[in-house]
Design a protein around this ligand. Structure first.
Ligand code: NDP
Length: 269
């Protein structure tokens, strides 16, 4: 059956942190539309399990053990990807560590920099390296490509106790807008996704996080559900469609934006 506007056959996507949670949701969305997927994560067992599942959609899938906070690792990861697939059409910088407790008064420089290392610098290394490959291809006569950053509602809100996390998400949100402005001439799009409260390993959920009935929600799930217009927590499954959209020609003129995927929690607050 034709996948039409969202057809990703012949395209290759990289999803960092694609072995669980929201990243696995992104990876599934791409694979379901026929796109090949490379995932990066530090845990080889989690990587292997996700790759097996993704191959079940009839696409090529593979993983590399990459720590995105190391620029050396990221560059080596792209070398491996290009050797194996020869192209990258979509790069989703999703890998991230949880906010931890970081009061603006007591966060140590070490805690602050550790968070920035993965959530900010790691995302930048990934998007920059991906952009270089896309620009090289554009200069060889094939413009296009989609860069995506997984941000958070902390890009818009003041949240107590998450200074490093918010700095990273807000900072890369700005970087992505600069990339959209600078790279549009190559046909390259760059967008942020800002998820609301999503049940993943971050939030005490599991790796799969399929939509589940209210009887299974914890008190914290119920609290966040009460904040959203569509009154439930988010799940990785909610991110399949947005990945397929941003990776495909369906979003061919959509760039420099932040897409809020939160059941309308932000506008209700
Ligand atoms: P998960 O814990 O399920 O996923 C985090 C992923 O990031 C894992 O695949 C992990 O793999 C990978 N990862 C972490 N650190 C690194 C690293 N240094 N190098 C490479 N991979 C790394 O959580 P989520 O799915 O919830 O988080 C994904 C993104 O979504 C994050 O950027 C987070 O900030 C964002 N987000 C989450 C929200 C939520 O409510 N859950 C809300 C808003 C944003 P491994 O352990 O194998 O390295």
């Amino acid at each position: 059956m034709s996948k039409g506007l969202f057809d990703l056959s012949g395209k290759v996507a990289l999803v960092t942190g694609g072995n669980s949670g929201i990243g696995l949701g992104f990876a599934r969305g791409i694979a379901k539309q026929g796109g090949d997927v490379v995932i990066w994560g530090r845990n080889a067992d989690k990587n292997a399990e996700a790759v097996e599942e993704l191959k079940g959609f009839g696409v090529r899938a593979s993983a590399n053990s990459v720590d995105v906070s190391s620029q050396e690792d990221v560059v080596a990861g792209f070398v491996a990807l290009m050797e194996e697939y020869g192209r990258v059409d979509t790069v989703i910088a999703n890998a991230g560590m949880p906010p931890n407790t970081q009061s603006c008064l007591t966060a140590t420089a070490e805690q602050y920099h550790e968070l920035l290392g993965t959530n900010m610098h790691g995302a930048f290394y990934t998007l920059q390296e991906g952009a270089k490959h896309m620009v090289a291809r554009a200069e060889a006569g094939e413009p296009g490509g989609s860069l995506v950053f997984c941000g958070s509602l902390s890009m818009f809100q003041g949240v107590p106790g998450i200074v490093g996390y918010a700095a990273a998400k807000g900072g890369i949100g700005a970087v992505v807008r600069c990339m959209a402005a600078e790279l549009g001439k190559f046909g390259i799009r760059a967008n942020n996704i800002a998820p609301g409260y999503i049940k993943t390993g971050f939030m005490g959920g599991d790796r799969d996080g399929q939509i589940e009935p209210p009887e299974k929600w914890s008190d914290i799930d119920k609290y966040f559900a009460s904040k959203a217009a569509i009154a439930r927590p988010g799940f990785p499954q909610d991110f399949e469609g947005i990945a397929a959209y941003l990776a495909s020609d369906a979003s061919s003129w959509h760039t420099g934006d932040t897409l809020v995927i939160d059941g309308a929690a932000l506008i209700m607050m």
